[in-house]
Design a protein around this ligand. Structure first.
Ligand code: GLA
Ligand code: GLA
Length: 663
């Protein structure tokens, strides 16, 4: 595959034809090599059923190709046109209250609807055939941000029917489902798969958690199948073109591990200064780093950014303006964490529609300003770096297990009102990030053997096969961290009853649970070698059998009992954490376990300065990213030289980036 370093998302249909050549020339002058087009323009290309008009898109592609710019085409199924909705209004999705949602923005579609599938088949087949032989079109994106806008969609009769078929395939006989779901509770037994509802808004609070869990699994599978439906058509027509998708970080629906199997590489949309977050004064670089590190896990490879923030963003309400230097800093953060290609969103701020204030590289008037100047300079400076570094990975020795299934189950029963699966993982991630220790995310099916430390929080649903894999990891010398709410449930969300909690984990963890406490409206405390730290949400009251107590609670009737333990097992060790650690406790914990595992931090840095590296063929590139608006000092580890040859004074500029190389 040809390599690309920088690109942009472009909507020529929003601008007069006369402007296209100017845009293409300006893009080329900046260093843009690839452009994504067409992912929302179905109505333009098929104004009436079966009547295709790709002339305008052909022309736009030709104008870009004349400047040597290649193209990714999106299938426009995130915005079906009104004539389709008029013909088949049932395509519009139904929310969990049974209320149909209507045309007027985008994603007004049900992904299981058979009529919609036929419209898609017709369009995508024609689209793929038309562009299969166009050499400027090098890849496809199916739909846009699948899972976005579908949070509580769709619960229509078609989705229910597909769910019933999915359950029949899974359980075979209705009695097996009744057992697996525990339908003896509240008289929920079913006679037949055809009587099982989608888990809609119930009369009284409290849906069956087993029913809900299977629904969440089903909807993930449905989105993946929706993608495959289109990807199969595109691949058959044009096997030489790549397929990618613009994923959304930690978004929970669908499973990106599974969607990723259909992709040549993963892409991600990165808006660090987005208007979604209310607290603009909060430090969030660690969260954005975590999302990037997670996207690298999807294919366990470097990835693309398909939409990288290029200006101030907002819809009805705006976020803060990116400060001078911040847009290049954010783009380089993506690069540092594994992006090989950065595509900026969008070329020019749109004069029409909902996203008028989601600004692009150019302002509404098209005259280059500060964003353009900063992005141009960054692209010129770093294009050679991205080229030489393509394919480089961090070679992390610590991994965090991110499980969609555990997240679904914890999402259904958070236990504590402030407890969130991803936030819990982030207590560990952020401590590693503060220490500048490279970290990978992994899924259940990945190979864990290369990691010295595997942090696997909240192993709530536990099957024998998964437990065997965890045991084998420790037996062979791994250091495993598990936490409260592990070994609680079976795969269908029923509680294990065949032993003390953590059920079946007792030999591995060396602890039994006597009872537990939910820290509602209060904080807890943990004492570790005389120092007291904060903890939150939950406390397992532990009895150590073979484990060695590491730290103890310092509050409540269980003060003095173990909060954190470690247990030798085979060649390795299993640590158990009975609570949610505050930052200071997490820092201590990570320092301790990494020291013992001989995992070294890259270097110490002041707060808000990231040190991140990528490695390839014996070379290491080290990035220092200063997210502070003040200059910061850092001591470079031995052996590194400035990548660009510019002198290193030991000081990073405010919102500044420096890259060093070794080997
Ligand atoms: C009420 C109900 C019970 C049970 C408990 C606990 O007391 O009568 O059926 O639901 O609450 O939720
Ligand atoms: C997402 C979408 C884009 C656009 C931007 C800005 O990332 O993929 O189509 O809507 O948000 O809102």
């Amino acid at each position: 595959m040809k390599s690309y370093q920088f690109g942009v998302d472009y909507y020529p249909e929003h601008w007069p034809r006369e402007r296209w050549a100017i845009d293409a020339q300006m893009m080329k002058d900046m260093g843009i090599q690839i452009v994504r087009l067409a992912e929302f323009s179905w109505q333009k290309f098929e104004p009436r059923e079966g009547e295709f008009h790709f002339e305008e898109l052909d022309e736009a592609i030709a104008v870009l190709a004349a400047q040597g710019i290649d193209v990714i085409l999106g299938t426009p199924t995130a915005a079906p046109p009104k004539w389709i909705i008029d013909r088949n209004p049932e395509i519009q999705p139904t929310d969990w209250k049974g209320q149909q949602r209507f045309f007027g923005s985008r994603h007004h579609d049900c992904q299981s609807n058979p009529a919609y599938r036929e419209h898609i088949r017709r369009y995508v087949t024609a689209f793929a055939a038309h562009y299969a032989k166009n050499p400027a079109v090098v890849g496809w994106q199916v739909d846009n941000e699948l899972g976005n806008s579908h949070g509580d969609l769709c619960y229509c009769d078609h989705c229910r029917d597909r769910f019933q078929a999915w359950l029949k395939e899974k359980y075979g006989a209705i009695d097996a489902l009744n057992r697996a779901w525990g339908t003896a509770f509240w008289s929920q037994g079913y006679d037949d798969f055809t009587s099982i509802p989608a888990p809609r808004f119930p009369a009284a609070w409290g849906l069956n958690p087993s029913h809900e869990l299977d629904w969440r699994r089903f909807t993930s599978d449905l989105v993946c199948e929706f993608h495959r439906f289109q990807a199969d058509i595109l691949r058959a027509a044009a096997p030489d073109k790549f397929i990618t998708h613009n994923l959304m970080g930690f978004s929970p629906k669908p499973s990106y591990y599974e969607l990723g199997e259909q992709l040549d590489f993963a892409s991600h949309d990165q808006y660090p200064g987005g208007h979604f977050h209310a607290r603009h004064d909060e430090y969030r670089a660690d969260f954005h780093a975590a999302e990037l590190d997670f996207i690298r896990a999807v294919k366990q490879q470097p990835f693309w950014i398909m939409e990288q923030q290029s200006g101030i963003t907002g819809w009805e309400i705006l976020g803060r303006a990116p400060k001078p230097g911040q847009i290049p800093l954010w783009a380089m953060q993506s690069v540092a964490h594994g992006a090989d290609t950065i595509v900026f969103f969008r070329w020019r701020s749109c004069a029409m529609g909902t996203e008028q204030y989601w600004h692009g590289i150019l302002p509404h008037n098209g005259i280059p300003g500060r964003y353009h100047a900063e992005i141009s300079a960054m692209m010129k400076q770093y294009a050679p770096l991205l080229k030489e570094m393509a394919g480089a990975m961090p070679g992390a020795e610590v991994a965090i297990l991110r499980s969609y299934d555990q997240e679904r189950a914890i999402g259904i029963q958070p236990h504590h009102p402030d407890h969130r699966y991803i936030q819990h993982l982030l207590t560990y991630y952020k401590a590693l990030h503060r220490a500048n220790i490279p970290v990978d995310f992994v899924g259940e099916t990945h190979d864990w053997s290369k990691y010295k430390v595997l942090i696997a929080p909240l192993q709530f649903l536990m099957t024998e096969a998964h437990l065997d894999k965890l045991r084998a990891y420790v037996e062979k010398g791994g250091r495993l961290v598990v936490t409260w709410r592990s070994g609680i449930k079976d795969d269908s969300n029923l509680c294990h009853t065949d032993g003390p909690v953590p059920v079946r984990f007792n030999a591995l963890t060396g602890v039994n649970l006597l009872e537990y406490d939910c820290l509602r409206d209060c904080a807890g405390a943990v004492r570790w070698e005389g120092v007291e730290y904060k903890c939150a949400h939950w406390c397992d009251v532990l009895h150590a059998t073979t484990a060695e107590p590491v730290a103890a609670y310092a509050h409540e009737f269980y003060a003095g009992t173990p909060a954190i333990t470690r247990n030798r097992y085979g060649q390795g060790e299993c640590w158990y954490v009975g609570t949610t650690m505050g930052d200071a406790l997490a820092d201590r914990f990570i320092a301790e376990i990494c020291r013992e595992a001989e995992v070294a931090p890259l270097m110490p840095t002041p707060h808000g300065v990231e040190a991140v590296h990528r490695k390839k063929d014996g070379r290491t590139w080290l990035f220092l990213l200063n997210h502070n608006e003040t200059p910061q000092q850092a001591d470079l580890p031995a052996g590194y030289a400035p990548w660009d040859g510019a002198p290193w004074t030991g000081e990073l500029a405010p919102l500044g980036v420096r890259v060093f190389v070794k080997g």
